[in-house]
Design a protein around this ligand. Structure first.
Ligand SMILES: NC(=O)c1ccc[n+]([C@@H]2O[C@H](COP(=O)([O-])OP(=O)(O)OC[C@H]3O[C@@H](n4cnc5c(N)ncnc54)[C@H](OP(=O)(O)O)[C@@H]3O)[C@@H](O)[C@H]2O)c1
Length: 253
C-alpha cells in the first residue's frame, strides 16, 4: 500500500513527533500510525514515550529539547524523515514582570529555539529528496497575545512567523509547511505549567480532535489549521482591526 494523498503519511513513511509522550503529540502519533506511518516519538519521559510508541510499533527517542545538542541527535536517530511534527511545548502563567529570567530562557528554548534547530537539522534531507512536510504546533495565543501568558504567546508567535518564512523558502521544492493553532485543549498542559485553565469558555477540546485536524491539514497541504475552526475568525479579525478585537478580548477573555 502506498503513502496517502500527501505522500508523507502512510506505509513506508517516517513521522517524528516531538512531545509524543502526552496530550496532542501522543494523539497525533496514534493518528499517524493508524494511517500506516512509522512514528518516532520524542520527549524526556522514556516510560511514557514507550507507552505511546510500543502499541503503535513505533520508536522512542528520549531527548530534552531544551539541551542545545538535542536537535541534531533526534534528527540523526530518526533517519530520513517524511513528516516532522514540532509539538513539544511548555507553558508559564502569571504576570510577565514577575516571570523569573530562567523560566523565560527555558520556555523559549523548548518552544522556539529547539524548533528552529530541529527544522534546520531535518529540512536539508527533505529538500534533497524533494519530499517532506513540517508541522509547527503554535497556539491561538501566538495569534492574539494572551494576558499572563506573554512569553508563551511570544514563543508561539515565533512559530507562526517561522512557518510563513519557511513556506516561502521551500515553495516548489516538494516540501510543505503547516502551522496548527489550537485553542484550549484538554491535556496535562495546564497542570504542568502549575496554573489551571481559568475560564469556562471556550470549552477545552479533546487532543484527538487536534490530532485529526493536524493530519487532515497535512494531507490537504493546508498552510494553517485552527482547532476549533471558528478561532480562524478572531485571528483574522485581529489582523484587520486590532483595537476593537483587543477590547473584546479584554472583555471576554
Ligand atoms: N493544551 C492546550 O490548551 C494547548 C493549546 C494550544 C497549544 N498547545 C500546544 O500544544 C503542544 C502540546 O501540548 P499538550 O497540550 O499536548 O501538553 P502536554 O500534554 O503537557 O504535552 C507537552 C509535551 O511536550 C513535551 N516536552 C515538554 N518539555 C520538553 C522538553 N524539554 N524536551 C522534550 N519534550 C518536552 C512533553 O514530553 P516529556 O514530558 O516527555 O518531556 C509532552 O509530551 C504544546 O506545544 C502546547 O504549547 C496546547
Amino acid at each position: 500500500m502506498a503513502a496517502g494523498a500527501s505522500g508523507v503519511i502512510g506505509p513506508g513513511t517516517t513521522a517524528v513527533v516531538t512531545g509524543g509522550s502526552s496530550g496532542i503529540g501522543a494523539a497525533t502519533a496514534t493518528e499517524l500510525a493508524r494511517r500506516g506511518a512509522g512514528v518516532v516519538v520524542v520527549g524526556r519521559d522514556g516510560r511514557a514515550l514507550g507507552d505511546v510508541a510500543v502499541p503503535l510499533g513505533g520508536r522512542v527517542c528520549v531527548a530534552d529539547l531544551a539541551e542545545p545538542e538535542a536537535a541534531d541527535r533526534v534528527a540523526g536517530e530518526a533517519g530520513d524523515v517524511d513528516l516532522l511534527v514540532c509539538n513539544a511545548g511548555v507553558g508559564w502563567a502569571g504576570r510577565f514582570a514577575e516571570m523569573p529570567p530562567e523560566d523565560i530562557d527555558r520556555l523559549v528554548r523548548v518552544n522556539l529555539l529547539s524548533v528552529l534547530h530541529l527544522v534546520r537539522a531535518v529540512l536539508p534531507g527533505m529538500l534533497r529528496r524533494g519530499h517532506g512536510h513540517v508541522v509547527l504546533v503554535s497556539s491561538i495565543a501566538g495569534c492574539m497575545g494572551v494576558a499572563e501568558e506573554a512569553a508563551y504567546s511570544a514563543s508561539k508567535a515565533g512559530l507562526h512567523v517561522l512557518a510563513g518564512s519557511l513556506r516561502h523558502e521551500v515553495a516548489g521544492r516538494g516540501v510543505g509547511v503547516t502551522v496548527v493553532f489550537p485553542g484550549v485543549v484538554d491535556t496535562a498542559f495546564f497542570d504542568r505549567r502549575g496554573a489551571p485553565y481559568p475560564r469556562r469558555r471556550p470549552r477545552p477540546v479533546p487532543a484527538e480532535r487536534v490530532a485529526r485536524a493536524l493530519v487532515a491539514g497535512v494531507e490537504r497541504r493546508r498552510a494553517e489549521v485552527f482547532v476549533p475552526g471558528w478561532l480562524r475568525l478572531p485571528a483574522r479579525l485581529r489582523g484587520l482591526a486590532p483595537g476593537p478585537v483587543d477590547a473584546l478580548q479584554r472583555h471576554f477573555g
